[in-house]
Design a protein around this ligand. Structure first.
Ligand SMILES: C[S@@+](CC[C@H](N)C(=O)[O-])C[C@H]1O[C@@H](n2cnc3c(N)ncnc32)[C@H](O)[C@@H]1O
Length: 276
């Protein structure tokens, strides 16, 4: 597979709050095996953790539970996402929330034992993100960056959805890949090609013990939840409302004709490294 780096449209980083509740209700979370892998690697001791781009808390909630009393600071720029995050972590006194972009947040005198970003690292300024992470971490502190893309399990449904996407001029939708096309290499999927953090981190040179891992997990979405998921994806949010509605209606018709939902396999791809 050729690795090319397509620039991201950073304006799309600001669309999630438009549908914060839908996002929270329909998006997949992250498995406990990922959380324990990250925390074992970080070996925090009494150092705090920080999360960039916490959204509504899909990763925050299981991390905060696993952290027990250890402090977790969440940085999230969108006040509407942060409001849902606040509700989802109301029973977690170890969680604090800072509303603002990660690029404008300062760690002050605190140096963290772990910085993690779930499906959000790609929205940080590529020219500054490794400096920001380096400055926030204590020596030996861990970085954990992860995504949970999915592949469609049924080739017939995949072909029918691809036809809808073609008709609406959509590429790299969440159902654009068959699960079998992911192969075995973490970070090796079309939406990520050229963006997997390993090369950038290696080139930076201030981090060590680089690892890439994958955890697979199957899931079923009924039609309504899957449409909510699509409606929360930046690619669909960037469409004019009438085009988005038509694309979602045609997708719903295909799902309903295939039993009323979609079976997918999430590929929870995780990158780890630590400050030297
Ligand atoms: C796809 S969502 C992921 C949310 C959550 N981590 C999850 O896994 O569901 C991307 C998140 O990154 C946030 N984000 C965008 N730009 C950011 C920035 N400059 N600094 C920190 N977070 C940012 C968005 O507001 C959004 O909540």
């Amino acid at each position: 597979m050729t690795v090319s780096r397509q620039p991201l449209d950073m304006r799309r980083s600001k669309v999630f709050g438009e549908v914060a509740e839908t996002y929270d209700a329909s998006r997949a979370g992250y498995p406990s095996a990922l959380v324990s892998t990250v925390l074992d690697y970080a070996d925090l001791g009494d150092r705090p953790a920080v999360e960039s781009g916490a959204g509504t808390g899909k990763a925050t909630v299981p991390f905060a539970a696993a952290l027990g009393d250890s402090p977790l600071l969440c940085v999230e720029p969108d006040a509407r996402m942060a409001a849902v995050l606040r509700r989802n972590t109301a029973d977690r006194p170890n969680v604090r929330i800072h509303v603002g972009p990660f690029e404008e947040w300062h760690p002050g005198d605190t140096r963290f034992g772990l910085l993690f970003a779930a499906t959000s690292w790609h929205w940080l300024d590529p020219d500054r993100r490794w400096d920001l992470v380096h400055d926030a971490l204590a020596p030996g502190g861990a970085v954990a960056l992860f995504w949970n893309p999915q592949g469609v399990l049924d080739p017939h449904l995949h072909a029918a959805l691809a036809e809808v996407d073609r008709r609406h001029g959509l590429t790299i939708t969440p159902h654009a890949e068959l699960s079998s096309s992911y192969g075995d290499t973490p970070g090796h999927w079309p939406g990520m090609l050229g963006h997997w953090p390993d090369a950038e981190c290696r080139q930076d040179g201030r981090f060590t013990d680089l690892r890439s891992l994958r955890i697979r997990e199957q899931a079923h979405y009924d039609t309504d939840r899957y449409l909510g998921h699509l409606a929360s994806v930046s690619l669909y949010r960037a469409l004019p409302a009438d085009r988005r509605d038509r694309a979602l209606a045609d997708t719903a018709a295909v799902l309903d004709a295939h039993g009323g939902g979609i079976d997918v396999e999430h590929h929870h791809d995780l990158f780890l490294s630590r400050r030297r």
